[in-house]
Write a protein that binds this ligand. Structure first.
Ligand code: ATP
Ligand code: MG
Length: 312
């Protein structure tokens, strides 16, 4: 497989009057990778994805996908791309197998009953084949949407929040499915608000905020650069004040009856544990906590994500 980027976006902008939905982003996506775009509500993720899907016309900048200039020649690559929109709605009165067969026809694919059944199985909807789409739950509709995105056997998938509304088990099932697709050599461009998902699945993460890039790296790179280092949790902390721990030069945070000790970057964990252990400070036990992509994200965007929304 060639290593030439499958997507090349250069200085892409989409302005709506004064609103700079996307304000000069550039990135490349390599073949066979899962590339995740993260960012709080309104960051510009969907606008970026929909420009790449040829649905919205950029204000300026360029998008090359599978060798084609999207603004000029999207039709030539359309059949090689699968799309799950953020606001996907299935046809209410079609059952999953009927919708899949119909979409197969649109892609010019002659699907056998077995092909349809395999696809339904892949998105774990086999038990719901007798229900019209309007009777499916939110998560089941999303899984049907994913099946429809896969109908044309695309090389490249755009999935805008594929796991929003899915229960924990379905979410994990979908991760396995996406990993399987990557193993087959497909490229996946994903947006998500679930940072654990991005950390587990992504080869590369692109963080957007207010229409601009604020970071881009593999997940572990982001955690290392922005995660804020290791911390130690003192369980059942029995002292009234945290003065003694602070006096040792540590950052301190009380969490219920525990105390979280934040080590400075590069500090020795072993040395910190030794000092805490011999300080006479009373606590039952301690555990070390590694930073996650969520920590890096919060440090990067300067707030906390609650239900997809950035709280400062
Ligand atoms: N058609 C439009 N007209 C005017 N403003 C728009 C339009 N589409 C998007 N916007 C604005 O552009 C910004 C980016 O929106 P976008 O939907 O791309 O964000 P997002 O990162 O996908 O957010 P979310 O996580 O909520 O899905 C928002 O401020 C939004 O209100
Ligand atoms: Mg969106």
């Amino acid at each position: 497989m060639s290593n030439k980027p499958i997507i090349t976006v250069t200085n892409l902008k989409k302005h709506y009057g004064d609103i700079k939905a996307v304000d000069g982003v550039s990135f490349e996506v390599s073949p066979g990778e899962i590339f995740s775009c993260l960012g709080p509500n309104g960051a510009g993720k969907t606008t970026t994805v929909e420009m790449m899907e040829g649905l919205r016309t950029p204000t300026s900048g360029s998008i090359e996908i599978l060798g084609a200039d999207v603004t000029q020649d999207y039709a030539s690559i359309r059949h090689r791309v699968g799309v799950l929109p953020q606001d996907f709605q299935p046809f209410d009165r079609l059952k999953a197998p009927e919708a899949i067969a119909y979409f197969g026809g649109l892609y010019g694919r002659k699907m056998t009953k077995q092909d349809v059944a395999d696809l339904i199985d892949a998105v774990a909807l086999s038990h719901r084949t007798d229900s019209v789409a309007m009777k499916l739950s939110g998560g089941e509709k999303r899984r049907l949407g994913l099946a429809l995105a896969l109908v044309g056997e695309p090389e490249l998938l755009f999935l805008d929040e594929p796991t929003t509304g899915l229960d924990a088990q379905a979410r994990r099932g979908l991760w396995r499915l996406l990993e399987g697709l990557r193993d087959e050599g497909k490229t996946i461009f994903l947006t998500t608000h679930y940072l654990d998902e991005a950390e587990i699945l992504s080869d590369d993460v692109f963080v957007m905020h207010k229409g601009k890039e604020i970071a881009r790296a593999p997940p572990m790179g982001l955690v290392e650069q922005h995660g804020g280092g290791i911390s130690i949790l003192l369980l059942d902390y029995a002292e009234k004040s945290t003065d003694k721990v602070e006096a040792m030069g540590f950052g301190v945070e009380r969490i219920r009856n525990n105390v979280k000790v934040n080590l400075t970057e590069g500090a020795s964990v072993r040395e910190a544990i030794r000092r805490l252990d011999t300080s006479g400070v009373q606590f039952r036990d301690l555990i070390t906590i590694e930073p996650t992509l969520e920590d890096a994200f919060i440090n990067l965007v300067g707030g906390t994500i609650v239900g997809g929304e950035l709280k400062k």
